[in-house]
Design a protein around this ligand. Structure first.
Ligand code: NZQ
Ligand code: ZN
Length: 386
């Protein structure tokens, strides 16, 4: 196993009714709150009212309208609000997009220059406002990690800001809040969780046995409960297992002792940065094409192990089992109603080379990934995904 450090300062409050602790926990940081949320789902499903009840003794300013694939322009707006009203603490109520925008706002509120400069150079983040999360969709793991993925709508860049100063202080994860998710978002979240684990599982270092076995448990959980949550939206067992799986999948637990760089996410981020598609849809389209591209005599053993443990493939021959695993994951995504091609989500082949270059430029895919991929390789994966 590689050396590692593991230090997550986020206080997780998981389960029904955990919102009750919000006011008591939040006031540790002050009384002046910026409430950040998305396009209004929390007003329709009643979560907004529950949060406002908790905030009745606080001074609250609101920043709504955070979109999926959150934009830096909203971060600018949020950081100005924090500065103007001397906000003590930010509260994100939503999913990865709202949480990521909040993380960036927390850092930008303590910075004099333009917020995008922090994304381009994270060493400029020297301080951040404290922030808490009420999670309403399980997918990204942003509720317990220190990464934020932000899109610059002027340059079409979608990049990650990642620094230990950006861990949430508190995350309230109530699985009943997921009951109102549209099927497509439950499915996209399921794909995202699975992909996060796969990105960490398929790495050059395969000596971290304990990490691999934990990863397999999380992937089996996702494959078991994703379809159930989709069909039976208020199934608490399914929602709670998925919700905790999403947190574990990307809180660094499943990367310890392994390291390396991710493969599908860097490509997907370029695609969704340019075309504004749902992150999980992009992953569902690209993952099987990536798997087919990198399956060879050297990688077949791990692919076969993945196929046998996660999808129950039974075949002694590693290459045959590996291929059956790719068929199984395609079927799984289909069962979830995911699109299978980029053209299905309205993307043509005019920017494939630009996207390939951008994926290589903005990530470790060509230097540290499980199978290193250059611009030509990424282009082939994108082409195959058309
Ligand atoms: O905006 P509202 O009206 O709230 O609707 C949202 C949004 O349209 C809706 N929704 C959320 N909770 C709901 C609900 N609808 C009904 N009932 C509820 N309880 O769901 C839609 C999607 O929300 P969003 O926050 O965009 O989803 P997700 O959590 O999948 O976040 C995606 C973003 O996170 C980034 C992605 O790239 C994308 O920008 N990621 C962040 C990561 C991180 N910070 O660690 C890692 C990931 O790999 C990912 O890149
Ligand atoms: Zn993801």
């Amino acid at each position: 196993m590689n050396n590692f450090t593991f230090n997550i300062p986020t206080d997780i409050r998981f389960g029904k009714g955990q919102i009750e602790c919000l006011s008591q926990e939040l006031e540790k940081y002050g009384k002046r709150v910026l409430l950040v949320y998305g396009g209004g789902s929390i007003k329709k499903n009643g979560i907004y009212d529950q949060v406002m009840e908790q905030l009745k003794d606080f001074d609250v300013w609101e920043l709504s309208g955070i979109t999926p694939n959150p934009r830096v322009s909203k971060v600018r707006e949020g950081s100005l609000l924090c500065k103007k009203h001397k906000v003590d603490v930010i509260l994100a109520v939503g999913g990865g997009s709202t949480i990521d925008a909040t993380k960036h706002i927390a850092a930008a509120a303590c910075y004099e220059g333009d917020p995008w400069e922090l994304v381009l150079d994270k060493t400029k983040v020297l301080k951040a406002l404290p922030f808490a999360v009420v999670l309403t969709i399980c997918a990204t793991g942003s509720e317990m990690n220190c990464g934020a993925v932000i899109t610059n709508e002027e340059t079409n860049e979608k990049l990650e800001l990642n620094t230990p100063l950006l861990y949430p202080r508190l995350s309230i994860c109530d699985p009943t809040y997921l009951y109102t998710l549209p099927k497509s978002q439950t499915a996209a979240g399921t794909v995202d969780i699975l992909s996060h684990v796969m990105e960490q599982y398929f790495q050059p270092n395969d000596e971290a046995y304990i990490t691999d076995v934990m990863s397999e448990a999380v992937m089996k959980t996702v494959v078991t409960y994703g379809p159930i949550a989709m069909e039976d939206s208020d199934n608490y067992e399914a929602r709670s297992n998925l919700m905790w799986a999403s947190t574990i999948a990307l809180n660094h637990l499943l990367t310890v002792g392994k390291g390396g760089a991710w493969s599908v996410h860097p490509i997907e981020h370029v695609v969704s940065g340019l075309y504004d598609i749902t992150h999980g849809f992009g992953l569902a389209i690209l993952t099987p094409a990536w798997m087919e591209h990198i399956l060879n005599e050297d990688t077949k053993k791990r692919f076969a192990r993945f196929a046998r443990t996660v999808f129950g493939v039974v075949n002694e021959d590693d290459m045959i089992a590996a291929k059956a695993g790719i068929v199984a994951i395609r079927e799984f995504f289909k069962e979830l109603g995911m699109p299978e091609t980029l053209s299905e989500v309205g993307i043509d082949d005019s920017k494939l080379m630009w996207m390939s270059k951008e994926a290589v430029r903005t990530s470790g895919i060509s230097t540290r990934a499980y199978v290193k991929l250059d611009e030509e390789n990424v282009y082939e994966i994108l082409k195959k995904s058309m």
